[in-house]
Design a protein around this ligand. Structure first.
Ligand SMILES: [Zn+2]
Length: 308
């Protein structure tokens, strides 16, 4: 990954948040003209789904990334700048996921509240090219997703105080569903013998998931910071050795990542490929992963089926 991508880690996010703090003073949200809905932008599909669950009918939510787009590599279009320009609130994952966002916000200018959903959560750090960087994939621990919803609720109330009761009730209902989801995952994982709870994925997405639900991440073809160049021959050889040494049963591909390396590595290591998990993007209509909750259920079912 490039140094410019890597730079969008906590320091840069603070700059983004500071910008938002000075352009939208707390307690003085933009007035909401009668009959118009709060204009909201979300960066990724799963953030958009969470925001819609909390906002209900009070907001018009525009999602920047199309289904299947890789947020690590996303290149904004003119329509994205236009959506941000008219937004009163923008919700992002943060923790370095949306490298495209900082220059885009700068070029758009204007005033809006920017909410980093991951703000306040402890970050897992991973070594990439000899330096430690944040792993942005916090939403794979459902307890973290509940924290996202708390930040989303706070951002919506700041922008639209008159909607406080609606946002609070919607968030309460949604967080109850998320607590159920978390418990369901814990139960599902019990079907996998503990020694087989080992993951190899297209990119290093499952660190938070593994820590919460009792898996070991044996390796990934690409790092947590995203998919860029071809993996080196040494990296591929090391991953194949690790797969053979640990008895991993499958490699999981992801909808946002080209599966060709996973297929090659699986052939060389003599394990199966499971296509495809939904990780950095929701699935399209008919995928079974059209919402964050369905995405988690889909992935957990695929993982349990492959490893049990
Ligand atoms: Zn990712």
């Amino acid at each position: 990954m490039s140094s410019s991508q890597r730079s969008l880690c906590p320091l840069t996010l603070l700059v983004v948040l500071a910008l938002s703090a000075c352009t939208a003073a707390p307690g003085t949200p933009a007035a909401q003209p009668a009959g118009t809905r709060l204009q909201v932008v979300a960066t990724t599909t799963f953030i958009g789904d969470m925001v819609r669950n909390v906002a209900g009918d009070r907001a018009e939510v525009t999602v920047l990334l199309p289904v299947g787009a890789d947020p690590h590599q996303f290149e904004p279009r003119p329509s994205d700048a236009a959506a941000i320009a008219k937004a009163q609130v923008l919700f992002m994952n943060g923790a370095g996921l949306e490298a495209f966002l900082e220059p885009l916000l700068k070029s758009v200018g204007g005033q809006r509240i920017v909410v980093e959903c991951a703000q306040g959560l402890p970050l897992r750090t991973v070594k990439e090219d000899g330096r430690m960087v944040a792993d942005p994939h916090l939403w794979y621990d459902v307890r973290n997703a509940i924290h996202y919803v708390e930040n989303i609720r706070a951002g919506l109330i700041q922008a639209d105080p008159a909607g406080r009761a609606v946002y609070t009730a919607n968030a309460d209902r949604y967080m109850a569903q998320l607590r159920d989801l978390d418990g369901w995952i814990v139960e599902q994982v019990k079907q996998i013998p503990p020694e087989q709870r080992k993951l190899v994925t297209s990119h290093d997405t499952f660190g938070y998931f593994a820590r919460r639900y009792g898996f070991e991440v044996i390796g990934a073809i690409f790092p947590a910071g995203g998919v860029e160049a071809q993996p080196s021959a040494q990296d591929i050889a090391a991953l194949i050795s690790a797969i053979k040494a640990t008895g991993v049963k499958a490699i999981f591909t992801e909808s946002t990542v080209d599966p060709k390396f996973a297929e090659q590595i699986a052939r060389d290591a003599g394990v199966k490929v499971v296509t495809k998990l939904y990780t950095d993007s929701l699935g399209g209509p008919g995928s079974g992963a059209e919402t964050y909750i369905d995405l988690m259920r889909f992935d957990v079912q695929a993982i349990v089926e492959a490893l049990k």
